[in-house]
Design a binder for this molecule. Structure first.
Ligand code: HEM
Ligand SMILES: *[C@@H]1O[C@H](CO)[C@@H](O)[C@H](O)[C@H]1NC(C)=O
Ligand SMILES: *[C@@H]1O[C@H](CO)[C@@H](O)[C@H](O)[C@H]1NC(C)=O
Length: 322
């Protein structure tokens, strides 16, 4: 009796382990090594020429991966154009007039299709492109897990509700990341992506005009110079997320936070007397711990609910299902 009960327990334990592990069990770093040996060089050279043309593109490409993975997993759904049967994610609130780089992804996909037709998913292209962008702009390198397949549909509603907003306070940031299995440390490390790229006035206007406690007043005035108070005027004017080195992937973003010079409300929430303060300080004191936590968190983010096996498809054109 006792032993059959034990066996049942062992069986249940194994089953649960299998179910929990299976979400990313099929991703691997050598997934295309036989079927598309030129994959990495093909992607890297296209990313490099896009960044040579416009440095900011590296930031825009990194962000695409985040906005794909947070919405029903890393499945390339962000890349789908609207169709008569569904409204895609491109015009969702966090994305409209904001996410960019789709033409670069198209160029990469064409080059990859030429090298190995019908093999590599758009979801995987986003993962490699994000890594290459970080490396080219001076950040850490890592091996990207691959084997994701592409969604056949997209969800504007899920994009509206799953991508965190710049108005969020610390608790909401933490819960939005924990909803996809990412810890507070992952959240702080990944926010370090704001060491590169730009934001529009409309995303930080309330912070530079209405926040008083946790913003450097000289910094606020400087930002006000190119971001008018009234909404509707200058909404798309840009400012760097990292005021020191917006084209270099480094830890200056965290130094800005300690100096109350975070651009977004959500940025400054990471250093505002709460539980994330100590993580921010550790990334200032030890830049290599930022790099390694960022890599760990990027890999975890890339593991969010991929389509594998016979689920989804390998799109021919990233903008539409086959
Ligand atoms: C923690 C929650 C986050 C919030 C609230 C947030 C919010 C924002 C906002 C409002 C912008 C400016 C968009 C615009 O003005 O059009 C932005 C830009 C950016 N975000 Fe985030 N973000 C977050 C996390 C992340 C993560 C996890 C990544 C990547 C790992 C990331 C990468 C970027 C990059 C690179 C840019 C600049 C894009 C460009 O210049 O085109 N963000 N983010
Ligand atoms: C998503 O947000 C956009 C912009 O605020 C809104 O127009 C749209 O109706 C929302 N879509 C869904 C399905 O909630
Ligand atoms: C600042 O706060 C005031 C009063 O709550 C509000 O009317 C105004 O719209 C806010 N301004 C911005 C830029 O958010």
């Amino acid at each position: 009796m006792a032993s059959s009960k034990n066996n049942t327990m062992v069986f249940l334990f194994l089953l649960v382990t299998l179910l929990i592990g299976s979400s990313s069990a099929q991703l691997s770093t050598n997934f295309y090594s036989k079927s598309c040996p030129k994959l990495y060089q093909t992607i890297k050279s296209t990313v490099q020429s896009a960044i040579n043309k416009e440095t900011r593109m590296g930031a825009s490409l990194l962000r695409l991966f985040f906005h794909d993975c947070f919405v029903n997993g890393c499945d390339g759904s962000l890349l789908l154009d609207d169709t008569s049967s569904f409204t895609g994610e491109k015009r969702a609130a966090p994305n409209v007039n904001s996410v960019r780089g789709f033409e670069v992804i198209d160029n990469i996909k064409s080059a990859v299709e030429k090298a190995c037709p019908g093999i590599v998913s758009c979801a995987d292209i986003l993962a490699v492109t994000a890594r290459d962008s970080v490396v080219i702009l001076g950040g850490p390198n890592w091996n990207v897990k691959l084997g994701r397949r592409d969604a056949r549909t997209a969800s504007q509603g899920a994009a509206n509700s799953s991508i965190p907003a710049p108005t969020f306070n610390l608790n909401r940031l933490i819960s939005s990341f924990s909803a996809v299995g990412l810890s507070t440390k992952d959240m702080v490390a990944l926010s370090g992506a704001h060491t590169i790229g730009q934001a529009r006035c409309t995303t930080f206007r309330a912070r530079i005009y209405n926040e008083t406690n946790n913003i450097d007043s000289t910094f606020a005035r400087t930002r006000q110079n190119s971001c008018p108070r009234n909404s509707g005027s200058g909404d798309n004017n840009l400012a760097p997320l990292d005021l020191q080195t917006p084209s270099k992937f480094d830890n200056n973003y965290f130094k800005n936070l300690v100096n109350k010079k975070g651009l977004l409300h959500s940025d400054q929430q990471l250093f505002n007397g709460g539980s994330a303060d100590s993580i921010v300080r550790s990334y200032i004191n030890n830049p290599s711990s930022f790099n390694s936590d960022f890599v760990t968190a990027m890999i975890k983010m890339g593991d969010i609910r991929p389509l594998t096996g016979s689920n989804g498809e390998i799109r021919k054109n990233c903008r539409r299902r086959n």
